[in-house]
Design a protein around this ligand. Structure first.
Ligand SMILES: [Zn+2]
Length: 154
């Protein structure tokens, strides 16, 4: 059967950025299963898989607007070093949990370390990145009623 809404799909994938670095891959793991049409995966990838069948292989380029969004400069903030009291060494790339304004947990990463402050970034790590997926379709089946009701694969 072809991939369409309410199909359960299993894919193997390798995700690389435009520099050719592998960001994520299902290689050596179970394939990724998702419910098509339920927004389980990023829209750019979901849309590209419509009408594919088991055994299909596809290279998909996803622009930021169809992936993890454009980078939002409002989510980049420079804080005084005192805000990191109790942490001895702060390096670029370190990740912290912070409390968002609505009380939710937010992940921020250190983007710049300077004498007069530390710049943190609360964007999704892949915001602003063009994503290159190499995908192979491993399985396509009809979703069960309860999967459709729940919006995810069981
Ligand atoms: Zn469920």
């Amino acid at each position: 059967m072809k991939i369409q809404n309410n199909a359960v799909v299993a894919i193997h994938y390798t995700l690389t950025n435009n520099a050719g670095e592998v960001i994520d891959s299902s290689e050596g793991k179970d394939p990724l299963k998702y419910l098509h049409g339920a927004g389980n995966i990023i829209p750019g990838l979901e849309n590209a898989l419509v009408d594919c069948c088991v055994g299909d292989k596809k290279d998909v380029v996803v622009e930021p607007r169809d992936g993890y969004g454009e980078r939002d400069e409002n989510l980049v903030q420079k804080l005084p070093r005192e805000a990191f009291g109790g942490i001895d060494t702060i390096e670029v790339g370190m990740e912290f949990q912070a409390q968002g304004q609505d009380g939710s947990v937010q992940y921020v990463s250190v983007e710049k370390v300077e004498d007069d402050g530390i710049t943190i970034n609360a964007n999704h790590p892949l915001a602003g990145e063009t994503l290159n997926f190499a995908v192979s379709v491993e399985e396509v089946r009809e979703a069960t009623e309860s999967e459709i009701e729940h919006g995810h694969v069981h």
